[in-house]
Design a protein around this ligand. Sequence first.
Ligand code: SER
Length: 313
Amino acid sequence: MKGSEIRERFLKYFEGKGHRRMRSSSLVPEADPTLLFTNAGMVQFKNVFTGDEKLDFVRAVSSQKCLRVSGKHNDLENVGVTARHHTFFEMLGNFSFGDYFKEDAIFFGWEFLTKEMGLDKEKLWITIFDEDDEADEIWKTKIGVDPERIVRMGEKDNFWAMGDTGPCGPCSEIHIDQGEEMSCGKNCGIGLCDCDRYLELWNLVFMQFNRDQSGEMTPLPAPSIDTGMGLERIAAVVQGVKSNYDSDLFTPIIKTVEEIAGISNKDDKSGVSIRAISDHCRSQAFLIADGILPSNEGRGYVLRRIIGRAARH
Ligand code: SER
């Protein structure tokens, strides 16, 4: 299944569950001084979650352009080194604005991965927030996940916030075990290491609070749902390749870089550079398309740094 088909299957699946298909918003968040770049699908709905903006629908689905090169969510140094980090990526997400909550969000996520994408249930692992007994119960009794594959984690891993302020809440992630041959060794496991064996696929956030500048959290008008799954990751998994860079979303770019440079992505020394260049080409192209030009400050400076970094590679 091509990346473009997976994207369409996702949007269609959630349309079938009553979600409004939304266009990706710009990489430049509209009137939001707290963020340099759109870093998640929920950004365009931030004011809907807080109750400051009302929409005439309560369920939405999107494939959102995201950039994670600055601020709280910054993946830059991992790009090209790991098989799964990017500066620019697309986030598939479904959203509930005070409508459904944990149980449906978990059910939809599970059904999409196991039925629509055909992933093996036995390979899926779940993380939940330490204190979230409700999510634990749903995964165990309603979905039937083996309790041994449900892992409780602390705030760092399983409490999601968009930035220092804004909507936030506990989350539950779906990971896939990519097999022992991907293991980094004896102490390999979810929360124990950072290797590519257990790949986080989908983050289901149970939006419940709004955090203000002093760090105080007040309940949102209604519990809501914000989920995000990297298109590049699910594409690699569905296509049976061990690296996002080997999925069809990247191979044409990699091939072009290899041809121009006369070296191979599978070469240990050049591989990181070829992958970093391929990643950076995508972020540069989408940033420029969204109206940013290289400059000495703000967003333009980040773009300039990405171009410089690709050039050094
Ligand atoms: N906002 C959450 C994330 O970025 C889920 O989409 O992981």
